[in-house]
Design a binder for this molecule. Structure first.
Ligand code: NAP
Length: 273
């Protein structure tokens, strides 16, 4: 007797009809995830603070997802408070009857050397990357656990900077991404009994708004930071949003049902050596 996943392995990646919430949907990595899920017929709730960019991504999702039966709605919101996080989760549940998948792609960096950086700037990075993830996880987990929903998938974005330091003024960013690693592991252990998988993707430098300063030829620190990353990348290039999609789809689909608490490095080999 040959089981269904062995006969039809692509069915492991089936996310059609799944309700998925994506934060930071105006951003490069979330946009790539959103468009891919739409192409596969998911029901999307896209959240971000920048309305025009959010609408543009939603329009792209509707275009590519129409044939697959995708549904797309937006909410102009960042995870600044528990009320914000709950509003996003509630909208997904009210519109689609459930919320199964969550990709937390909102995030931020404000680099600064510690002897020059204000506490407020450091805190703003921790708030976006740690507090925001915690709030989203709390709203999602509260919904699923209180409603006795079995299963679910949460994907956060850490970074190679959650494992490696950086001399470019990253006390906030590296610390926040290290905290994301532990948030992932703790939630995975706490929620295993509810069959909720929690994993993180840890990219190296990918082209996005966040890293635009590294692609700016007039930005000396940016150029040096990019060159240093590149010099350590066995695959010899930086990431493009398309490089992110395969691992995101794996972690959001049944293909990863037995994978939880993991930090998946999508980094061109940066962390290998
Ligand atoms: N690109 C990389 O090289 C790289 C590497 C490692 C990890 N990451 C992580 O990947 C995630 C996605 O980043 P990305 O590269 O796609 O960057 P991005 O293009 O800048 O997208 C991030 C999104 O997060 C939202 N955001 C910005 N500041 C925020 C804040 N203070 N609080 C809440 N949301 C905020 C923005 O949406 P609105 O302004 O519309 O709300 C933005 O569109 C982040 O967690 C980032 O740290 C990226």
């Amino acid at each position: 007797m040959i089981s269904e996943p062995l006969k039809n392995p692509l069915s492991l990646f089936d996310v059609s009809g799944k309700s998925a919430l994506i934060t930071g949907a105006s951003g490069a990595l979330s946009r790539a995830v959103a468009i891919s899920l739409a192409s596969l017929g998911a029901k999307l709730t896209l959240a971000a603070g920048t309305q025009d960019e959010l609408e543009q991504v939603a329009a792209e999702c509707r275009t590519v997802g129409a044939a697959a039966g995708a549904e797309v709605q937006i909410i102009n919101c960042r995870p600044n408070s528990l009320e914000d996080a709950e509003a996003m989760v509630n909208l997904a549940v009210e519109s689609y009857g459930d919320l199964e998948l969550m990709f937390i792609g909102s995030g931020y960096n404000k680099a600064g050397f510690i002897h020059e950086q204000s506490l407020e700037d450091w805190q703003s990075v921790m708030d976006a990357n740690v507090r925001g993830n915690w709030l989203m996880a709390k709203a999602y987990g509260t919904y699923r656990i209180n409603n006795k929903k079995k299963g679910g998938k949460v994907v956060m974005v850490s970074s190679v900077r959650g494992r490696h330091g950086n001399i470019s003024g990253y006390t906030g960013y590296c610390s926040s991404k290290g905290a994301t690693v532990m948030l992932t592991r703790v939630l995975a252990t706490e929620w295993g009994q509810h069959q909720i998988n929690v994993n993180s993707i840890a990219p190296t430098v990918f082209r996005s708004k966040l890293t635009a300063w590294m692609y700016d030829e007039d930005n000396e620190l940016g150029q040096a930071t990019k060159a240093r990353s590149l010099s350590r990348l066995p695959l010899g290039r930086l990431g493009e949003p398309e490089d992110f999609v395969g691992i995101a789809l794996y972690l959001l689909s049944p293909a990863s049902d037995f994978c939880t608490g993991q930090i998946m490095y999508v980094d061109g080999g940066f962390s290998a050596g």
